[in-house]
Write a protein that binds this ligand. Structure first.
Ligand code: IVH
Length: 677
């Protein structure tokens, strides 16, 4: 260590620490106690000063500095982590009778022991677990499938209600669990902004919270105004925690967590029911969404006595509120044209409050749906919204039906290009067949092609594609690779694309030539061929010719490729213009063959047990992959097992056995890292 510089920097270190402590204190007062002790300008000034100092002396910057709340770090991928303690789910019900049954079952099982319940809100967001060691946040992980979640620490640090350092007394090592929710006001503001920027709005606050935690740019996550509601505390040493859930949460509050005050100790079913009744109405006055009430046995030593079922504890249950339903006027219907030409009718509704947000639109799916519902002009529609779903039209409010109301006349021509619509046999929807001349289809296909999960050419947003199209330079995806820099410079009314921009675009197109075959196949935009389907097709057929020449029957041999998809793929390749596009893309240098690696010896000598469902592999594929890398697959766990590879929905018995025999459990992500994928 350079002794001189460390001595010389001591005043700076002290100043930075002081600034950090003060910012953390102000942050805590603001978000936890609703107290603003300095002006926003003063706060920002201090934050900037600390940021500048950290930039100047990165060796003095703390990983838990309040500057982390502003974000800035970029998450390339989210590492998958096996939970130290599995994140169980709760048994849930919509029926009060079942809550009564839960209560009497619990009372009987506890056979005369005196105990109480806690009733609290069931926050409608994303469950995460926060690990604290020596009072410092060390890791934040999403629930995932309960066994394996995503490491979202960087983004979690930007949430002001997640303490980075704890105050007062705290256990040395524990996990705080809770829900990240998106408060309604912030959610609506964010969605409005997205819409004005031409981005797809989020369907509901829960999806938005989940999407925010998975943002690559933590600075973007910092802007999202998420809220963490803590509801659970556990640790490797339960003896250091209080004996009631209520006291645990109270303690957590003193450590600096935001624990909502709406928790009540209830002594019997009457008190439980009145808590539920109250919140069934009062929930809409909350600034964030809840989808039910959670009832837990308060005395934690009784939890072990009550035990677990396959995946949820017997000492707790969730009562879920029924989806709220409203009636509102159907003002008009818009018809949207998708990239594959499919027409989607959308109901424009008189704005109505539902489930904490304002609903203005809802899909009417297709012509069949409108007919089955018997929707007439001027009708009021019944709209429902459950916790996780987007507003749904569930029927017509017949009480408000006008006399002589006329059924909706479905359009016969494309609203964008005027072509007569086609309805294929056996299909419920109409589509516009003018794929080469219908504007939203052309642009939609280009947008899909360049999108992140396809070719990932992020320099080409919707506006630029529009520009290239209207300049007559790009009409289809193959045209992109004929672009020349000289054609790009100065394009746009006020020369939107300049020299540097043109260079970047050319470089991004060049870079996209390395995108693997399965993503190129997905990017082609063949109807029903999603990301997973494309991957499976690529693995099965290994190159584009084989897919091109395959019969419908052969295509449907592929896992996850049904008859409809097989037909769509086969049909797509009967068009000479599509063959030409594929040829041009190949000539341009795009990957049209699966890159296969020869078997290696990375797993030599290892015996692996596989359990659960995987994202990147089917069961057979993962077994073949292990063998390909020299490993041995075994059906049962024993002392000889090297590790248990855990996917989604892994059986609890397997986990227990692995833990008992001290067999390491690894996630799919860790496996991929091991084999260097
Ligand atoms: S307690 C073992 N309390 O509901 C019990 N869960 O299926 C641990 N949730 O995704 C859960 N609010 O994240 C508990 N006040 C609350 C909750 C809550 C929401 C979520 C939880 C989980 C689901 C339970």
């Amino acid at each position: 260590m350079d002794l001189f510089s460390s001595i010389n920097l001591e005043p700076e270190r002290q100043h930075m620490e002081q600034l950090a402590n003060e910012l953390e204190r102000l942050n805590h007062e603001y978000y936890m106690n609703d107290r603003s002790l300095v002006s926003d300008e003063e706060f920002d000034r201090m934050m900037r000063e600390l940021q500048d100092l950290e930039q100047r002396y990165p060796e003095l910057a703390s990983p838990l500095s309040p500057t982390k709340r502003v974000g800035g770090e970029v998450n390339k991928t989210f590492r998958q982590v096996v939970h130290r303690f599995p994140m169980l789910s709760l048994g849930n019900t919509y029926s009060i009778e079942e809550i009564e049954e839960f209560e009497s079952r619990t009372r009987k099982a506890l056979d005369g022991i005196s105990f109480t319940y806690t009733c609290e809100l069931k926050y409608d967001g994303v469950a995460i677990g926060l690990t604290y060691k020596h009072g410092r946040l060390v890791q934040a992980v999403t629930r995932g499938n309960g066994t394996v979640g995503d490491d979202i620490t960087t983004n979690a640090k930007t949430i002001p209600t997640i303490p980075l350092h704890l105050t007062g007394n705290y256990p040395d090592d524990f996990e705080a669990r809770g829900e990240v929710v998106y408060p309604f006001e912030a959610f609506e503001a964010m969605n409005t902004q997205r819409e004005t920027e031409g981005e797809e709005p989020f369907a509901n606050p829960r999806n938005a919270a989940s999407g925010s935690l998975k943002l690559q740019d933590s600075a973007e996550c910092a802007k999202r105004k998420l809220l963490f509601c803590m509801y659970f505390m556990m640790g490797p040493d339960e003896t250091v925690l209080p004996d009631t859930h209520f006291e645990r949460l109270e303690w957590a509050r003193q450590m600096g967590f935001k624990v909502q005050p709406y928790i009540q100790e209830c002594k019997d079913i009457t008190e439980i029911k009145s808590f539920i009744d109250h919140w069934d109405h009062a929930r809409w006055d909350l600034p964030f969404g809840i989808d039910g009430i959670v009832i837990k046995v308060n005395q934690t030593p009784l939890w072990d006595r009550l035990g677990l079922t396959a995946k949820s504890p017997r000492w707790a249950i969730a009562y879920k509120f029924r989806a709220e339903r409203v009636s509102t006027l159907l003002e008009s219907i818009s018809y949207q044209v998708g990239r594959t030409g499919v027409i989607t009718p959308v109901a424009n509704l008189q704005p109505v409050h539902l489930g904490g947000t304002t609903v203005r639109r809802a899909t009417l799916v297709n012509a069949d749906f409108i007919q089955k519902m018997g929707i007439c002009k001027g009708d009021h529609l019944l709209i429902e919204k459950g916790g996780e779903i987007i507003p749904k039209v569930v029927g017509v409010d017949m009480e408000q039906r006008q006399a002589g109301a006329m059924p909706i006349q479905y359009i016969t021509h494309c609203p964008e290009c005027g072509s007569p619509l086609v309805r294929a046999d056996g299909e419920a929807g109409h589509y516009c067949p003018n794929s080469d001349g219908c504007h939203p289809q052309i642009i939609g296909r280009l947008e899909h092609f360049v999108s992140r999960r396809a070719m990932n050419i992020d320099t080409l947003g919707p506006e630029r594609l529009e520009l290239l199209y209207s300049a007559g330079l790009v009409h289809n995806i193959a045209d992109l690779y004929d672009l020349k820099k000289s054609q790009l410079v100065g394009l746009g009314t006020d020369a939107t694309i300049q020299d540097k921009g043109a260079d970047n675009l050319m470089a991004a197109l060049e870079e996209s030539k390395n995108v693997p075959f399965e993503r190129v196949l997905f990017a082609l935009g063949i109807r029903y061929v999603g990301e997973v389907g494309a991957k499976k097709l690529a693995r099965y057929f290994t190159n584009i010719e084989a897919i091109m020449q395959a019969s419908e029957e052969e295509l449907s041999q592929v896992e996850d490729v049904g008859e409809v998809t097989a037909h769509a793929i086969h049909e797509w390749f009967t068009h000479p213009e599509h063959i030409l596009i594929v040829e041009r893309l190949r000539k341009a240098g795009l990957q049209m063959t699966l890159q296969q690696s020869d078997g290696d010896h990375k797993l030599d000598g290892l015996t692996i047990v596989v359990s659960g469902v995987f994202v990147h592999f089917s069961r057979d594929e993962i077994k073949a992959d292990i063998e390909h890398h020299g490993g041995k697959v075994s059906g049962s766990i024993s002392g000889k097992t090297s590790f248990l590879l855990a996917g989604d929905k892994m059986g609890p018995e397997k986990r227990k056995k692995a833990e008992k025999l001290d067999v390491k459990i690894i996630s799919e992500q860790e496996y991929l890292e091991m084999i260097g994928d």
